[in-house]
Design a binder for this molecule. Structure first.
Ligand code: ZN
Length: 290
């Protein structure tokens, strides 16, 4: 199954449900960053959430960043998505490993829960919109649900899952974000909670070949009608030599002179895709003159 996000809105407008399959995207991230199974699961959950939340944005150049600093051994996690659900991300310590917890990868353990979850929405205005909440568990799904409840007053159910195979590749990855609008009734809300609680694990359903449409049909089975829309999602880094040069230029004259003196050429590696760019001594000297 190709990676995609399906968005469903109930006919009465009371509920929005997003289901994503992100197996290929998370596998690509694990290959780029050579992540341990624990790090694959943690990064995969953040990338999946970012893709869904990015897809909710409307502007061509809008972007959404999830930043998590939980104080755990994985360090910081970053995922960035544009409004077309093209995502990129990294973690500070991709080799982090902890023993299984209740037979599962200990995502909460590697992320930690002594810190903040930040969501940055950039609409291309002067200042981006930044929301921060304390982490609840470090399991990421719970933390994003808490963010929606506290920071945006939108009750949400968030389920994120990554299943890593014995050969370290990603067997299945995906996520669900369900949001209840103010017009929803208490009965609808408790019904939805029951539906999601009764659902098998996301990764199990993806592995079994169930589509996002199947999962939406299950969750929204008690609603009279809903409409669906599908979009693709993928891992994609948008770095370029121009962007890297801009970053170097912003260091300022003294810093660039220092690089020339100590290293000659500047060699920079993109955090998101590990591509290395070389800016020659000559190019650096031109920058100083400008
Ligand atoms: Zn890159």
């Amino acid at each position: 199954m190709d990676d995609c996000i399906v968005r469903a809105v109930t006919g009465d407008g009371a509920v929005r449900c997003f289901v994503a399959v992100t197996t290929k995207m998370v596998n690509e991230a694990s290959v780029i960053h050579k992540t341990s199974p624990c790090a694959t699961a943690a990064l995969g959950r953040v990338l999946t959430a970012a893709a869904i939340m990015g897809s909710m944005m409307k502007g061509e150049n809008d972007s959404l960043t999830i930043q998590i600093d939980g104080g755990g051994p994985i360090g910081r996690l970053i995922a960035i998505s544009d409004s077309k659900a093209r995502v990129k991300g990294y973690v500070n310590n991709p080799l982090v490993s902890l023993p299984l917890k209740n037979g599962k990868l200990d995502v909460g353990g590697v992320v930690g829960h002594d810190g903040l979850l930040g969501i940055i929405r950039d609409f291309g205005l002067k200042e981006p919109y930044v929301g921060k909440v304390p982490l609840a568990t470090g399991e990421i799904g719970d933390d994003i649900a808490l963010y929606y409840a506290q920071s945006e007053q939108t009750p949400s159910i968030v389920a994120l899952g990554v299943l890593v195979d014995v050969d370290l590749s990603v067997k299945a990855a995906g996520g669900l974000i369900l949001q209840v609008m103010p017009e929803a009734t208490d009965e609808q809300i408790s019904n939805l909670e029951k539906m999601v609680a009764g659902m098998p694990h996301m990764t199990q359903m993806i592995e079994e070949g169930q589509t996002p449409e199947d999962m939406i049909a299950f969750v929204l089975q008690n609603f009279e009608s809903y409409t669906m829309e599908t979009q693709t999602t993928m891992y994609k880094c948008d770095c370029s030599k121009k962007r890297i040069e801009r970053a170097v230029r912003s260091l300022g004259k003294a810093e660039i002179e220092d690089i020339i003196e100590k290293q000659g050429n500047a060699e920079l590696t993109c955090h998101f895709c590990n591509k290395t760019y070389v800016i020659t001594k000559k190019e650096l000297q031109v920058m100083i003159k400008q």
